[in-house]
Design a protein around this ligand. Structure first.
Ligand code: 5RP
Length: 226
């Protein structure tokens, strides 16, 4: 299977996974990225089984609306029954690196609200140790240089993602050369740097289940606790 076929297979598996959990008043959190886009494209087929969605980015909101799927403000919603989103890397604890699409902050907020976070990915994203994929950090623009210097102190090599402004009006630093052994600790440390909005480590709130596609099919993986 090519990459798109793997993404389509895992998107279909996600739809099958969540459908029995839905009630007519359920609200679904919807992430951002090419894998999630395949999931979004399947949502019209179960349109009568949930009430609406909360989107983790403007791009996702536009795609949902184009398909006639209601998009609600997170502030108007008490509970998200489930959140579906992709990842750039996952380790066996289902700690993730996210933010390749620059939507990390809203993704983290939506994941925090959701009762269950279902991550969808293909096997290229599966790693033993996080950090080969550069860790995105969302930073308010005036703090960019200061935060970059602090990230160097932590052992990383930050690179400014040129030409990208997040949905929140901020910039992204991609941090290379991190070998992330203690993801929860590093997530907290980076978030404490003044000027950081958030970073793309999803370790304090990892995924609850990972649906991982390969040529052999889609595996359902639960976190391995270390
Ligand atoms: C966007 C994300 C995406 O979920 C992540 O980059 C994976 O994207 P794709 O499914 O296109 O590989 O975190 O901010």
């Amino acid at each position: 299977m090519n990459q798109d076929e793997l993404k389509k297979a895992v998107a279909q598996a996600a739809l099958d996974y969540i459908t029995p959990k839905l009630e007519r008043d359920s609200v679904i959190g919807v992430g951002t990225g090419s894998t999630t886009n395949f999931f979004i494209d399947l949502l019209p087929s179960i349109r009568d089984q949930f009430s609406g969605t909360v989107a983790s980015s403007e791009e996702t909101a536009r795609r949902l609306e184009k398909l006639g799927i209601p998009v609600l403000e997170l502030n108007d919603v008490n509970e998200l029954v489930v959140y579906i989103d992709g990842a750039d890397e996952s380790n066996p604890q289902l700690e993730l690196i996210k933010g390749g699409g620059a939507a990390l902050t809203r993704e983290k907020v939506v994941a925090a609200v959701a009762r269950e976070f279902v991550c969808i990915a293909d096997e290229r994203k599966w790693v033993d140790i996080l950090g080969k994929f550069p860790l995105p950090v969302e930073v308010i623009p005036m703090a960019r240089s200061y935060v970059a210097r602090q990230l160097v102190q932590l052992g990383g090599q930050p690179v400014y993602r040129e030409g990208v402004t997040t949905d929140n009006g901020n910039v992204i630093l991609d941090v290379y050369n991190l070998s992330i052994m203690e993801a929860r600790k590093l997530e907290t440390e980076i978030n404490q740097i003044a000027g950081v909005v958030t970073n793309g480590l999803f370790a304090q709130r990892p995924a609850d289940v990972l649906l991982l596609s390969s040529n052999e099919g889609v595996r359902q993986i639960r976190p391995r606790y270390s």
